[in-house]
Write a protein that binds this ligand. Structure first.
Ligand SMILES: CC(C)(COP(=O)(O)OP(=O)(O)OC[C@H]1O[C@@H](n2cnc3c(N)ncnc32)[C@H](O)[C@@H]1OP(=O)(O)O)[C@@H](O)C(=O)NCCC(=O)NCCS
Length: 153
């Protein structure tokens, strides 16, 4: 079983830092991760394996007015393709609707097919491109947006 919870304690900084370095070629630094835990506009979500208490995924959200910016979403390699990415996105959308946000935006590498499939499945739309936004390797970012209006029940 897996549960999603808001991570509030800085004890997760090292754990997330380790996962970042395994998952991304341009990982966030420890300072950046720590900064999010001290940022009032940020929400950090974790996916916990309830049996082992292991942190198997996470997401960094940042709120700007009525918008949630999804800074990051990641699932540990051994745990992928089990629906955890979808579980996390479901949670984020529900959180957004319940807290009166009207849209979610994000940046994604143009070659990141797994993430793009996930986002398009959830109704994100391509709104713009940032040339050479990413490093290691240098790559354009696609900017996607999802309106939350149709998710309000
Ligand atoms: C993107 C990511 C979070 C998806 O997590 P996940 O737990 O594997 O996703 P799920 O099992 O919930 O799958 C959700 C959807 O993603 C897409 N997807 C996932 N893995 C895929 C793959 N290997 N190939 C193509 N599409 C894939 C599919 O559309 C899938 O839906 P489906 O199972 O109904 O076909 C995960 O691949 C990851 O952590 N990637 C590395 C970090 C990253 O790139 N994050 C995005 C930063 S913008």
């Amino acid at each position: 079983m897996f549960e999603i919870k808001e991570l509030k304690k800085e004890k997760y900084v090292n754990l997330i830092y380790k996962l970042e370095n395994k998952i991304f070629t341009d990982p966030w630094t420890k300072k950046m991760i720590k900064g999010e835990f001290n940022n009032k506009l940020a929400v950090i979500l974790g996916i916990i394996n309830t049996k082992t208490k292991e942190l198997v995924g996470y997401s960094f959200l940042f709120s700007i007015y009525d918008e949630i910016h999804l800074n990051n979403i990641a699932v540990k390699k051994d745990y992928r393709n089990k629906g955890l990415g979808k579980k996390l996105l479901d949670y984020i959308i529900k959180y957004g609707v319940e807290n009166y946000f009207t849209r979610i935006t994000l940046e994604v590498r143009e070659s990141n097919k797994e993430a793009l499939n996930l986002y398009y499945k959830y109704g994100f739309e391509l709104i713009s491109r940032r040339n050479g936004y990413y490093s290691n390797p240098k790559e354009d970012a696609l900017i996607l947006m999802k309106s939350l209006k149709q998710d309000i029940k």
